[in-house]
Design a protein around this ligand. Structure first.
Ligand code: C2E
Ligand code: CA
Ligand code: CA
Ligand code: CA
Length: 275
């Protein structure tokens, strides 16, 4: 029995070593990715159910590997956050997204995801201001998406920073609404310009009467707080019809278009929006 305990400890240590090595490799990879331009931006269209028009594009980070495949953001952003690399990576995303959007023929909005670390650790308002000036993008075309986890650590400080950002003329959206512990109190703490209803409610919509009830409730909440609601993860016409019936203003999801390397190559989603 003693032997097998020693053996398990050995396996455990080997597994730990392996995990540590993987983290190191991935961290080193992230540094090189920044130096060697291995990051790319993809754009996913957002549309209005009221006007049937494109309202903007969410900017999504992609890390391209030598073999052409991508490592998805869910697999490297947590590590980038732990190591602090999210600061230069996030700055790269902001600068390149603004630069690119400034060249578009139509002045659509871009929605850029911000990590809680970016909100907490850099002089973000000054950085955003500098990037807007440098790229010439109109502030009203930039929306910043933040999740409520960004609000948890130091609410006063975070709301102060968000207010400064809004003074620049950019808008702020609450991302993944309904998944955290404190979605409602977060709404009370800061006047968000948009609520993005998490895509988990959409994926469960068909099977679950609860999801329907929650979507209705969030739309009612948005209406009484006068905050527009965008539903994420819309994949089917049934989901779209339900959202339209319930008075949802904006949608995003594979039904309208998958994330693409060029925003304006997305096939006209107007037909779907007004179907
Ligand atoms: P998110 O902000 O919730 O972004 C939406 C995610 O949902 C994207 O995944 C998008 O591809 C996916 N999606 C869009 N429509 C549908 C749909 O109809 N069905 C399904 N099943 N999924 C859909 P992606 O690009 O893999 O990004 C995952 C997460 O990584 C994002 O979730 C965001 O939290 C984070 N992320 C992506 N880019 C950045 C970035 O530049 N900075 C930061 N800090 N985080 C980022
Ligand atoms: Ca987002
Ligand atoms: Ca989201
Ligand atoms: Ca998410």
């Amino acid at each position: 029995a003693k032997g097998s305990l020693t053996q398990s400890i050995c396996f455990y240590e080997e597994a730990m070593d392996e995990a540590v090595r993987n983290r190191r490799r991935l961290t080193q990879g992230l540094r090189e990715a920044l130096d060697q331009d291995q990051f790319e931006l993809y754009y996913q269209v957002q549309g209005s159910l009221e006007t049937g028009k494109v309202t903007g594009y969410e900017v999504l980070l992609r890390w391209r590997q030598a073999d052409g495949s991508f490592i998805p953001p869910d697999q490297f952003i947590p590590l980038a956050e732990e190591t602090g690399l999210i600061l230069p990576i996030g700055e790269w995303v902001l600068r390149n997204a603004c630069r690119e959007a400034a060249t578009w023929s139509e002045p659509h909005k871009i929605a850029v995801n911000l990590s809680p670390i970016q909100l907490a650790h850099v002089d973000l308002p000054r950085l955003v201001h500098q990037i807007l000036i440098e790229t010439g993008l109109k502030p009203s075309r930039l929306e910043l998406e933040i999740t409520e986890t960004a609000m948890i650590s130091d609410l006063d400080r975070t709301t102060h920073i968000l207010r400064q950002l809004k003074l620049l003329g950019v808008s702020v959206a609450m991302d993944d609404f309904g998944t955290g512990y404190s979605s409602l109190s977060t709404l009370r703490a800061f006047p968000f310009d948009k609520i993005k209803l998490d895509r988990s409610f959409m994926s469960e919509l068909d099977g679950s009467p609860q999801s329907k009830a929650i979507i209705r409730a969030v739309l009612a909440l948005g209406e009484s707080l006068e905050i527009p609601v965008l539903a994420e993860g819309v994949e089917t016409m049934d989901q779209l019809s339900f959202l339209r019936e319930q008075g949802c203003g904006e949608v995003q999801g594979y039904l309208l278009g998958r994330p693409k390397p060029e925003a304006e190559q997305v096939a006209a989603p107007e037909a779907i929006l007004s179907a």
